[in-house]
Structure formats: structure tokens, C-alpha cells
Design a protein around this ligand. Structure first.
Ligand code: FAD
Length: 454
């Protein structure tokens, strides 16, 4: 340790920082982690976890409606936002405690407060200085709102989880997964919801067939979707409601404008100027393939490096840094191919591997297998909802390059597919796999006919 107080000082106790700190301490290093806001970071407090709880709440609307077809007679359902938020807060508080316990049990010192770098080996938190042989920056990201008149009346995901009441009317602005998920949440809970996006179709980066299918399914559910339009100005009216002026000149009255228009790396007040750490052209901390910054003693991981901004990647990057420093014989560079991901809009989307468009751009000759099916549950429920199954297969090697699903519990199904794709499974191996009947997922092993070649 060469005269330092610590082996490793981690800044930020979110997904990546906690994982790195615990693993490093488990490998015998002397570790401290600083956290300025909430243990568990974005994911636990204002991200994945509370979002999924709200999605569960929103799903009951369909369940209640579908129940009648199965013989259930229910009274009129009533939804209470305050109870949902109070119960969610209780659960998050419990998780915050578990994170503190996990860190304490691993021998990691938790330092509450904002951390600032003083030099390449020194961090200051609440007036105390800590020296460390290595420092890990895992400070995550923060929502960005467009700079328009009246933006102070709008909210981001940070505030959405704590609204005192469910707005009667909501405008959700954005085309990424957070916008689409929150539009489903507000709509499912009963708010009159409209999603506005400035480009021609949301969910850029996902397979085009998936994006179009989701647009149609959300539309069928009565969620208003408008593309090629954005908000230019927001004004507060005498009765407390908001008036949004759109780029096409229309004015929409609403009770809530929710911007999900991107996130920026959290580097404010971090003291990077006292080090050699550099930023890339997007403003994220620049690191090499081993998460080293331009300052040899400082590493960075997670959303602050802006690679794949998902919790499982921050976890994997945190483990990679701990191994590299304290178990180098176990260290392997991270592979960013085949990262499965889900969007928890209603219906869910999940995907692993390449989209048809990515596979074409990489020069593959493709066999595409597609099916649009009505899930069995929807028959008695009487709802016209279709699932989309899509396999992108390399025509020359028969390897399955991409697997895409839209429908109930898509994420639960695709997680298993991700193992097959990581192992390099071929379409013939999918075909030899026995299905589980009756499930929706069995469709992936019974897609026999090529739908299209590309
Ligand atoms: P964070 O988890 O953001 O942690 C950073 C921590 O550092 C924070 O606690 C912050 O307070 C602290 N900090 C910052 N600066 C300082 C400082 N100077 N001193 C001390 N502490 C500091 N990912 C998924 O995989 N699945 C999902 O379903 C999903 N849903 C999401 C939904 C929403 C609404 C959002 C916003 C994100 C979602 N994500 C999801 C993304 C996921 O939350 C992030 O990728 C993940 O949290 C990144 O982890 P991190 O460790 O890099 O940063």
C-alpha cells in the first residue's frame, strides 16, 4: 500500500461502486466507499427497482380487465398512488439498509458525503482526507432536460418516483427506453398519457420490426404516440395546470411534463481538474479497455464512462476492476457482445444479439424467422394483443445472431436465450431443443420456416 490509508477508495455506492468495493475487500484489500446521496445508487433508488415496482402496479389494469373472460366478476377497481409510493419507499429503504449491511459485512468503510479528488491519490469527503493507492470513480449519471422556457415546471425520472399524486394528464417526452416505460406506467395507472418524440420512431438501436410492433401494440392500448414533434415551451396556468407549446404550433394542456431526454455523466464537483483524468468528446470519463483513466492510479466504471448504461454492465465492470487489481490471475477483459436487455413497457420487449439492421450492416447474409402470435391467455381475455418473435440467423454459418421478443415477461424468456447465443448456438440447435408446452417461449424452438431473406 506504500504509505496510503487505503488500497482502494471508491467514489459512488451505486451498482458498480458497491460491487467493486465488496469484491476488492473480499480479495483482502483495504477499501472505503463514499456516497453523497443514497446507497445502491440510481438502480435501487430512482432506476430499475422502483421502475419495475411501478410497472407491476400498472400491469394490474390489464389483469383486472382480462379476469372477466376467465369468469371473475370484480367490483370497480380503484387505484391509490399514495399507497403505491409509500410501499415503494419502504421497500427502497429496506434495500438501502441491506446495501449498508453488505458493505459493512465485507469490511468496506462507508463514508457518507460528497467526494472530491484533491490529487491522483487523495480524496476529500466532509473535511476528511483519505489517501489511497487506487481510486475508482463510479459516480453514475444524471437526467438532462432540454433548455426551453418553462423547463422548471417539468420533471425527470428522478422526480417521477416521488410525485405527491398521480397526474390526471401526462406528456412524456423522449424516445429511449425510460420514456417508453414511463408512458406505459402512467397510462397503465390511469393517467391520460401522450408520448412525444422528435424523430420518426422511438427505441433507436432496437430491431426495426420490434420498434414498429411496439408502436402498434402501444397504440392499440390507447396510448397516444406522436413522432416528429417536440415541446418548445411550457407555461404554468392560473389553475396550476401546464400549457405546452409544440414545435408544430399546437398547444396541449397537461398536468405533468415528464422529460426522458437523455442523461449526462455525474462529474460535478468531483475535482477531476486536480488529476490527469480526461473526458471523451461526449463528456464521459475516458478509459481504456481495462477501465484505466489517463491518470494511472484512477479507474472509472459504469454510467460515468457512458458505454452500456445498464446495471449488469456496471456490476461486471466493477468486478473486472477488483479482479484486475487484486486477483489478476482471474482477470479477463469484458466482452460487450451479446448483452441481453429488456424494456419494461407494456407489452415488454427483450432482446439479445444483433438486430436485423446491425447484422446487415456487418455484412451477414440473413435468414429471418418471424412470428406474430396471440398469446393463449389473450384468447379468453378477448384482447387483441400479439407477441412478436424474431430470430436473425446467419445464412452461411446457421448461427443465431439475434433473438427478439415483444410480449408478456419477455425479459424472463430472453435471459435463457442469451446463454444460447453466447455459446454460439445455431438455428439447427434451436430446432433440436424440445419446447415446453404450452408456453409462448416454445415458439423460439418451433420457428421452422424462413420468413424472409436479407
Ligand atoms: P449509479 O447507480 O448511478 O451510482 C452512482 C452513485 O454515485 C450514486 O449513488 C451517486 O449519488 C453517487 N455519487 C455521484 N457523485 C458522487 C460524489 N462526488 N461523491 C460521492 N458519491 C457520489 N438498468 C438496467 O439494467 N435495467 C433497468 O431496468 C434500468 N432501468 C432504469 C430506469 C431509470 C429510470 C434509470 C434512470 C436508469 C435505469 N437503468 C436500468 C440504468 C441503471 O440504473 C444504471 O446503468 C446503473 O445504476 C449505473 O450504475 P453506476 O454504478 O454507474 O451509477
Amino acid at each position: 500500500m506504500m504509505g496510503y490509508d487505503l488500497d482502494l477508495f471508491v467514489i459512488g455506492a451505486g451498482s458498480g461502486g458497491v460491487r467493486a468495493a465488496r469484491f476488492a475487500a473480499g480479495f483482502g484489500a483495504k477499501v472505503a466507499v463514499a456516497e453523497s446521496r443514497y446507497l445502491g445508487g440510481t438502480c435501487v433508488n430512482v432506476g430499475c427497482v422502483p421502475k419495475k415496482l411501478l410497472v407491476y402496479a400498472a400491469r394490474f389494469r390489464d389483469d383486472f380487465a382480462d379476469a372477466a373472460g376467465f369468469g371473475w366478476r370484480l367490483g370497480e377497481a380503484e387505484f391509490d398512488w399514495e399507497s403505491l409510493i409509500a410501499n415503494k419507499d419502504k421497500e427502497i429503504h429496506r434495500l438501502n439498509g441491506i446495501y449498508r449491511q453488505l458493505l459493512n459485512d465485507s469490511g468496506v468503510t462507508v463514508v457518507d458525503g460528497h467526494a472530491r479528488l484533491l490529487d491522483a491519490h487523495t480524496v476529500e469527503v466532509a473535511g476528511h482526507r483519505y489517501t489511497a493507492e487506487h481510486i475508482l470513480i463510479a459516480t453514475g449519471g444524471w437526467p438532462v432536460l432540454p433548455d426551453i422556457p418553462g423547463k422548471e415546471y417539468a420533471i425527470s425520472s428522478n422526480e417521477a418516483f416521488f410525485l405527491p399524486e398521480l397526474p390526471r394528464r401526462v406528456l412524456v417526452v423522449g424516445g429511449g427506453y425510460i420514456a417508453v416505460e414511463f408512458a406505459s406506467i402512467f397510462h397503465g395507472l390511469g393517467a391520460e398519457t401522450r408520448l412525444l418524440y422528435r424523430r420518426d420512431l422511438f427505441l433507436k438501436g432496437f430491431d426495426l420490426g420490434v420498434r414498429e410492433h411496439v408502436r402498434d401494440e402501444l397504440g392499440k392500448r390507447g396510448l397516444a404516440l406522436e413522432f416528429k414533434v417536440e415541446i418548445r415551451q411550457i407555461a404554468k396556468q392560473a389553475d396550476g395546470s401546464l400549457l405546452a407549446t409544440l414545435s408544430d404550433g399546437r398547444q396541449l394542456e397537461t398536468d405533468c411534463v415528464f422529460f426522458a431526454t437523455g442523461r449526462k455523466p455525474m462529474i460535478e464537483g468531483l475535482g477531476l481538474e486536480h488529476t490527469e483524468v480526461r473526458l471523451d468528446d461526449q463528456g464521459y470519463i475516458e478509459v481504456d479497455a481495462d477501465f484505466r483513466t489517463a491518470e494511472p492510479s484512477i479507474f472509472a466504471i459504469g454510467d460515468v464512462i457512458g458505454r452500456v448504461q445498464l446495471t449488469p454492465m456496471a456490476l461486471a465492470e466493477g468486478m473486472a476492476v477488483a479482479r484486475q487489481l487484486y486477483r489478476p490471475e482471474q482477470y479477463q477483459r469484458l466482452d460487450y457482445e451479446h448483452i441481453p436487455t429488456a424494456v419494461f413497457c407494456l407489452p415488454n420487449i427483450a432482446t439479445v444479439g444483433l438486430s436485423e439492421q446491425e447484422a446487415k450492416a456487418r455484412g451477414h447474409r440473413l435468414h429471418l424467422y418471424e412470428a406474430r402470435l396471440r398469446p393463449m391467455k389473450m384468447t379468453l381475455a378477448g384482447r387483441d394483443e400479439r407477441m412478436l418473435f424474431k430470430l436473425v440467423v446467419d445464412a452461411d454459418s446457421d448461427r443465431v445472431l439475434g433473438c427478439h421478443l415483444v410480449g408478456p415477461d419477455a425479459g424472463e424468456i430472453i435471459q435463457g436465450m442469451a446463454i444460447a447465443l453466447r455459446m454460439g448456438a445455431t438455428k439447427a440447435q434451436f430446432d433440436r431443443t424440445i419446447g415446453i408446452h404450452p408456453t409462448a417461449a416454445e415458439e423460439f424452438v418451433t420457428l421452422r420456416t424462413v420468413s424472409r431473406e436479407a
